[in-house]
Design a protein around this ligand. Structure first.
Ligand code: FAD
Length: 553
């Protein structure tokens, strides 16, 4: 039995190693067009920035080590030109010698990954892209050769912002140009606003809602004119690297993704596909999706190998758990965003909480902002986003696990998580998100949101209340809100009208929630600003476009 694997990195290498562990009798051949297999593409930005000093640290296996340990034949610099699914053969080309030959397979695993998108704009050949170790070396050589001081990154997704961070740490002045209204598009606008405010402080210039129309000798052309830089790196997303399959009988989507079933089988039962190039179902919505991430690619590689060996493993979908470090900040997501929930037509609700990374009395506690989305009818958790500085990944992993197990908001309240002052809080950030969501579901509190604040009437028909301290108010306030600090509220109850809706805010949403509870019997109805003044202010400062009705310019 001979299995050929196209692509020797995340999905391909994982499939090969699992196949060998399951069967000593298989003949396994990996075909890789690049010079390396099993390299850490996720580590490339850090090699660029200098955190990873030796390129060899990025290479987890070599053809020789794979052969020695797993008895796997690895052919690097070899391009799989085409698949002949009738004859079960591949046409291969040795990229060093030009020699072409065919190989026959009993099973084929396709793990060709994804290519950086190169928009059809003038001068595109002048821009660099990042996918491989040689790509990274080319960028580093160019920086050195030109003594580059400035860089433009086109695209503010995960990879683009990571490149931006690393070049900035290397001492370059970095500009990120993004077509959308915010960077890191898996975050919603207001959560990305936290990240943007921080990376700006770190010296990265952001150009949002900006389209690059040309790569020039000195930078890029935008609608507003030429933006100059010594090097331009295109990081405008990825697309499946499946052009070589166009004339094969393997079914592809219109976007070039390979269609697979839950056992990673294509329409041709002996051909499997895994990783970035395979279409997956979104674990939360069930919709067919393109979610290129390393964890799913590795898991799918293992599943394809299992099925070839007769184990009936299945893949249940990708939920998009991802995390990014930007200087000292961490942002993480799992499940779907509010934008995606709206697109999928889901009936959802949301909360924002602001918690400390560990007990606030123990030195070094840092705040983190957490957004939680759940389905209104079932209370099932749909997704979460966190931006903060410490312990973000751990909270996100907990929520990711709850989503994977089909959990709901109450499950978050019940989780018993490790606690000692240096590590967390007795009422953990994840528990707090659950408590807050439960308060909303059980209608203990009604919420209003950052993008609704400026739409509230200022004609006296509602009462706008700010329960922060006088000192806090001095450093910034929202027009029309009357300040009565929370601790004076009981004694000043008479100043709050009984016959009008009351909208309350504090800094983070906690004191205003307490105020709502105090006023329960006093007022007609009370609304709490979810995320508080903090989130409102950060998001409003990042507002550019007219997407949010009250902020149209
Ligand atoms: P790949 O790992 O890309 O491997 C595909 C291989 O197939 C390539 O080496 C390619 O040369 C080869 N190939 C393609 N076509 C052919 C052919 N016709 N013949 C022969 N060989 C072929 N994901 C995360 O989850 N977290 C991260 O932090 C993260 N950071 C990233 C940073 C960067 C800079 C990049 C580029 C990606 C990052 N990713 C990250 C994405 C992650 O690397 C991919 O999701 C994962 O590698 C996909 O695995 P794969 O096997 O599908 O494709």
């Amino acid at each position: 039995m001979k299995t050929i694997i196209i692509g020797g990195v995340a999905g391909g290498a994982s499939a090969a190693a699992r196949l060998r562990r399951l069967s000593e009798n298989h003949e396994i051949l990996i075909i890789e067009k690049g010079p390396y297999i099993s390299f850490a593409n996720c580590g490339l930005p850090y090699f660029m920035g200098g955190d990873i000093k030796d390129k060899n640290d990025l290479i987890l296996q070599t053809p020789m080590s794979f052969y020695k340990r797993f008895n796997i034949d690895v052919r690097t610099n070899t391009f799989a030109h085409s698949v002949n699914a009738k004859e079960n053969t591949l046409l291969l080309k040795n990229l060093l010698t030009g020699e072409e030959y065919t190989e026959k397979y009993d099973n084929l695993i396709l793990s060709p990954g994804a290519l950086p998108v190169k928009p059809q704009i003038k001068g595109i050949e002048k821009a660099f892209t990042l996918r491989t170790i040689p790509d990274t070396e080319k960028i580093l050589e160019e920086i050195k050769a030109r003594n580059a001081k400035t860089a433009i990154i086109v695209g503010g997704g995960y990879i683009g912002t990571e490149i931006g961070e690393n070049l900035s740490l290397k001492g370059l002045r970095v500009k990120i140009i993004e077509l959308g209204d915010h960077i890191v598009p898996t975050l919603d606008f207001e959560m990305a606003a936290e990240v943007q405010a921080y990376v700006r402080k770190k010296g990265i210039e952001l150009f949002l809602n900006s389209k690059v129309t040309e790569i020039t000798d000195n930078g890029v052309m935008l609608g507003s004119g030429e933006e100059k830089a010594d090097i331009v790196i295109m990081s405008a997303g990825v697309r499946p690297d499946t052009d070589f399959l166009r004339d094969s009988a393997v079914n592809l989507t219109s976007k070039g993704l390979i269609k697979v079933d839950d056992r990673m089988r294509t329409n041709i039962p002996i051909i499997y596909a895994v990783g970035d190039a395979a279409q997956v179902s979104n674990f939360v919505t069930g919709q067919e999706s393109f979610i290129p991430l390393a964890g799913p690619a590795n898991k799918q590689g293992r599943i394809a190998a299992d099925n070839i060996c007769g184990l009936k493993s299945s893949y249940k979908g990708t939920q998009g758990s991802s995390v990014i470090k930007l200087f000292d900040m961490t942002a993480a997501t799992t499940g779907i965003s509010e934008t995606a929930a709206k697109k999928a037509g889901l009936n959802f609700d949301k909360t924002y909480t602001y918690s400390m990374s560990h007990a606030s009395y123990y030195p070094g506690a840092k705040g983190m902002s957490l957004k939680l989305l759940w389905e209104r009818d079932t209370h099932k958790i749909l997704g979460a986003q966190i931006a903060g500085f410490d312990g973000v990944d751990k909270r996100m992993d907990v929520i990711a696990a709850v989503i994977r197990l089909g959990g709901n908001v109450s499950d978050l309240t019940e989780l018993e998580l490790c606690y000692a002052p240096p590590f967390g809080s007795a009422k953990e950030a994840v528990n707090m998100a659950g408590f807050t969501a439960e308060n909303v579901i059980t209608e203990k509190v009604k919420q209003f949101f950052w993008n609704e604040v400026d739409c509230l009437p200022r004609d006296g028909s509602v009462f706008l209340l700010d329960v922060r301290t006088e000192k806090e108010v001095k450093s910034g306030s929202i027009e029309g809100f009357v300040n009565i600090p929370l601790d004076s509220l009981r004694s000043k109850m008479a100043e709050i009208p009984r016959d009008k809706p009351v909208y309350i805010h504090c800094h983070s949403g906690l004191r205003s929630y307490i105020a709502c509870m105090m006023l329960k019997e006093h007022t007609q109805v009370c609304y709490n600003l979810a995320g508080g003044y903090r989130l409102y202010q950060i998001a409003k400062n990042e507002m550019i476009s007219g997407d949010y009705p009250c902020y149209t310019k």
